[in-house]
Design a protein around this ligand. Structure first.
Ligand code: GDP
Length: 222
């Protein structure tokens, strides 16, 4: 698993509190309850990494996780660098800091208007200003995709030119046929010029986990 070894770095209330803006990172976004924490845990193979089943009204934060190779550890010193650390650069190149960032979601749980506005602004700022940001993984319930929050994220990606990979999760709630139809409909609905890809996913059933890991790696390597 190329996303193995993720570790909590810090939780931030503002973009300015995030780790230094170097290396590469991929952001995870989704409405609350879409299944974002479960997806992050499934992708990293770390059950307790992101907290699942958040209680409504809980303080939200941007959470940064680091992936190996860790800061200051030259890739060339890691054993089997290419195999164990598929994100690593070629031997001899400086090590690259790699992070996953869990963005706060809202839209399902009742979040006060003021807090929604704060996060809308911070997410906007983050997507526009963060130089190490390589792309966004958007997590949406396959049964209710593209609500207002999701559209906002796609609009931001469109505006910034950031690539977006959409995980249509909780696919275990649909038949294979229904899930395939939902995916096809979603792909058709992407506007021209949006760098977006989409796939079916289920944290519970393990559907699409390898495909999603590969998509995250592809984003990080851009
Ligand atoms: P978050 O608020 O987006 O981080 O969502 P969570 O990961 O906490 O999940 C919200 C709820 O959806 C929880 O009750 C999870 O157990 C459930 N859930 C998450 N992923 C899946 C999935 O792939 N399939 C099913 N059936 N339920 C899921």
């Amino acid at each position: 698993n190329p996303l193995q070894g993720a570790q909590f770095v810090l939780a931030a209330h503002r973009v300015s509190q995030l780790p230094a803006d170097r290396g590469a990172e991929v952001a995870f976004a989704g409405r609350s309850n879409a299944g974002k924490s479960s997806a992050l845990n499934a992708l990293t193979g770390h059950k307790g990494l992101a907290r699942t089943s958040k209680t409504p009204g809980r303080t939200q934060q941007m959470v940064s996780f680091s992936l190996p190779p860790y800061k200051d550890v030259p890739v060339s010193r890691a054993q089997d660098a290419q195999e164990r650390l598929p994100l690593a650069q070629a031997e001899g190149e400086p090590s690259l800091e790699v992070r996953l960032v869990d963005l706060p979601g809202y839209g399902y749980a009742k979040v006060p208007q003021e807090l929604r506005e704060h996060w809308r602004q911070e997410i906007d700022r983050y997507l526009h200003q963060r130089r190490s940001l390589r792309g966004v993984v958007l997590i949406a319930d396959i049964r209710h995709p593209l609500k207002e929050f999701d559209r906002m994220m796609l609009d931001f990606c469109f505006a910034t030119g950031l690539p977006c990979h959409l995980l249509l999760t909780k696919a275990d709630k649909l038949s294979r046929n229904q899930a395939a139809q939902a995916l096809a409909a979603m792909r058709k609905s992407f506007p021209d010029g949006l760098h977006a890809t989409a796939q079916v996913f289920s944290s519970t059933a393990g559907t699409g986990v390898d495909e999603a890991r590969a998509a995250v790696v592809a984003l990080l390597r851009q």
